[in-house]
Design a protein around this ligand. Structure first.
Ligand SMILES: [Zn+2]
Length: 420
């Protein structure tokens, strides 16, 4: 048994000073004056439901030089997460029973958290062809379907995929970009890109594909989940489709919620990700979307790359930054400490609301629920140091940044999987 002693516990959207008793995998008692088993002194610490992340790249199998399931899951635990969705741009692709059995066997062996693999939409995950993955066959092995990294090119292909996904009651987790509208850009097209002379990706490339996919979701009844929403017009469009009863949800990343294109150092490819950081208005629209419920959850898009790859410069380096170990402190420092959003909202968007979005068991703290808990020191003030990351990916633009909020322990199913 474990007693979490004297913490401030996030229960039913409120903060309560109490003790929490964990026995085996479950929370069995919440009250004052518990002193059973191993006592963890949580005085001055926040006890919250452990985080969930609908968008991570653990790169395995296929790209173990960038990240592995072993290290990625431990990095996630360090960030306070116990549930993640793994994106499909790996090799072999998650498109058949055989491949999924293989991928899930690595997860079974190496992951210390709940890592759920997405299956491909198109067979080769390129989004280009008509051939779909074996969506029906792989349904029991996947949490949804995604070609993340690529948009799905043809409307008719997405239409077929959505009809099947609707029948199987699984979400389409969609990286929305119209590939004809990227123009070889490496940053967001706008005043800033023109000023520094970098090729831009127009934000409308995202909004266009969301518009098509939302329209298809409306007629097929499929659940469309839009990945890493980045543009004001996209948020507005998703808000509209929600208002007319479309089964659409979306996520935003920590970096799109706290940074804008003007923050980018053009000489540092650790500022390069897809979609790129957009304007201040876009960032503010995402925060508004968090508040009014248009943005369902926060997902890191943790995307490790090697230092050699990122050393190629902002035009040639691959897109993507890491973030699963530093998402909470960044968001807490930049959004909560600045009074842009409440701590309650942040905690919900990182856990409860993702469970709601994907109909997963939540990590809420109540007697009888499985003990999936993150313990946080909100007052800890420190500098982010990429060299302390468990993740292989050190590609973050936030190295050296001063933040508040440190994860002290992560508990999954009653077991301490990360602790300082
Ligand atoms: Zn993506």
């Amino acid at each position: 048994m474990i007693t979490l002693k004297n913490g401030l516990v996030f229960i039913e959207n409120d903060f309560v000073k109490t003790d929490v008793l964990i026995d085996n995998d479950k929370i069995i008692k919440i009250s004052n004056d518990i002193n059973e088993g191993q006592i963890i002194d949580c005085k001055g610490l926040l006890i919250a439901p452990s985080f969930m992340d609908s968008h991570v790249h653990f790169r395995e199998p296929g790209y173990e030089q960038k990240e592995t399931i072993y290290l990625g899951s431990r990095a996630a635990a360090k960030g306070g997460y116990t549930t993640v969705f793994l994106m499909p741009n790996i090799n072999p692709k998650p498109n058949s029973i055989e491949n999924l059995k293989y991928i899930n066997s690595i997860i079974e062996k190496d992951s210390i958290i709940d890592s759920y693999q997405t299956g491909c939409i198109t067979f080769d995950q390129s989004g280009l062809g008509d051939k779909l993955s074996n969506m029906e066959e792989i349904a029991p092995y996947v949490c949804g379907y995604s070609d993340d990294g690529c948009g799905v090119y043809k409307s008719s292909t997405m239409f077929e995929a959505m009809k099947i996904a609707a029948k199987l009651d699984k979400p389409i987790i969609s990286h929305c970009e119209d590939r004809d509208m990227l123009f070889g850009g490496c940053v967001h097209e706008g005043e800033w890109s023109k000023k520094v002379g970098l090729k831009g990706i127009p934000g409308v490339s995202e909004t266009l594909e969301i518009a098509r996919n939302a329209a298809l979701a409306k007629v097929t009844g499929a659940h469309l989940h839009v990945c890493h929403t980045s543009i004001k017009e996209s948020v507005d469009l998703i808000r509209y489709y929600k208002s007319i009863g479309c089964n659409i949800s979306c996520e935003a990343t920590p970096h799109h919620l706290i940074s804008i294109d003007e923050d980018i150092n053009p000489n540092d490819a650790n500022w390069k990700m897809n979609p790129p950081l957009a304007s201040r208005e876009d960032r503010d629209a995402l925060i508004e979307g968090l508040k009014d419920g248009t943005v369902n959850c926060i997902a890191t898009d943790h995307a490790p790359h090697t230092e050699e790859e990122k050393a190629r410069g902002i035009e040639k380096a691959p897109f993507g930054i890491t973030g699963i170990e530093i998402s909470f402190p960044l968001l807490y420092t930049e959004l909560v400490k600045t009074n842009k959003i409440s701590l309650n909202l942040l905690l919900n968007k990182m856990s409860h609301d993702m469970a709601e979005t994907f109909k997963l068991k939540n990590h809420d703290i109540y007697v009888g629920n499985e003990a999936n808990i993150t313990i946080i020191d909100l007052d800890a003030h420190y500098q982010i140091d990429k060299n302390t990351f468990i993740s292989k990916g050190k590609n973050t633009p936030y190295d050296g940044k001063w933040v508040y909020g440190k994860i002290k322990y992560t508990i999954k199913g009653g077991k301490i999987i990360y602790g300082m």
